[in-house]
Write a protein that binds this ligand. Structure first.
Ligand code: ADP
Ligand code: NI
Length: 215
């Protein structure tokens, strides 16, 4: 079995029970999109595949609030399989750069491998599936779908973004609508355009239905 297949098998039970939008299907979609982006844009396929599989292994929303644990958790797993240390370092860096940390926080992906995994993860947060995941996450958190009194905020630190109280509709303005312009590769930008437009249409219809009046 290849290292990619081994890790795929090992992580499956960890993500199997998730109802917050971080389930195994998300991981597999990110893996598949990463492979596609790699076929167009290049980069080390095995590093990309392993980073895609492990990118959500210790998310701050589900590990008790620790903000930068993902890379370390991935490294522990890969070391256990005696994977080469310098490649583990690369994967660790990718995972720590993938996550969105607030509108005002730069999350720069330096290498093509990091750019690809970041793009694949972001593409899965927008479009039809992105809309679905966002409502799933909001329901899981018990957060209101919409509250006209609560304005969207532009967060300037990861801590502030991670701790703020918001609504699912505000999350579109605080994160999802910003992603189109933060994609790295041309291939992802093309795919992202259509997904972005679908969200705009969805938000316009949502507002129209919310404000329906009898006269
Ligand atoms: P990803 O796994 O793509 O990195 P996140 O870990 O940030 O995404 O979050 C998982 C999913 O939940 C994404 O679709 C994201 O947009 C959504 N999400 C994150 N925070 C909120 C929130 N406060 N309200 C609604 N959806 C959210
Ligand atoms: Ni993810």
């Amino acid at each position: 079995m290849s290292i990619v297949q081994t890790i795929q098998k090992e992580i499956a039970p960890i993500f199997a029970e998730d109802a917050s939008g971080h389930d195994l299907h998300h991981i597999n979609r990110v893996l598949e999109m990463s492979r596609y982006l790699q076929s167009k844009e290049g980069g080390d396929l095995e590093i990309i595949e392993l980073a895609a599989l492990l990118h959500d292994i210790s998310d701050h929303k589900f590990n008790g609030g620790k903000l930068n644990e993902g890379g370390n958790a991935a490294a522990v797993i890969l070391h256990r399989h005696a994977y080469p240390s310098e490649r583990i370092e690369q994967i660790k860096e990718i995972i720590d750069s993938v996550s969105f940390k607030g509108a005002g926080v730069e999350t720069h992906a330096e290498t093509i491998e990091a750019q690809i995994v970041q793009d694949a993860d972001r593409l899965d947060a927008i479009g039809a599936i992105g809309i679905g995941r966002t409502f799933a996450y909001g329901g899981h958190k018990g957060q209101a779908m919409y509250d006209p009194e609560l304005e969207a905020t532009s967060h300037n630190s990861f801590e502030e973004y991670a701790q703020s109280k918001t609504t699912t509709i505000n999350h579109f303005h605080e994160k999802l609508l910003l992603l189109k312009d933060r994609l790295n590769t041309d291939t992802a930008k093309q795919i992202g355009q259509e997904r972005h437009e679908l969200m705009l249409k969805f938000l316009a219809d949502f507002e129209k239905e919310w404000n329906f009046k009898s006269e």
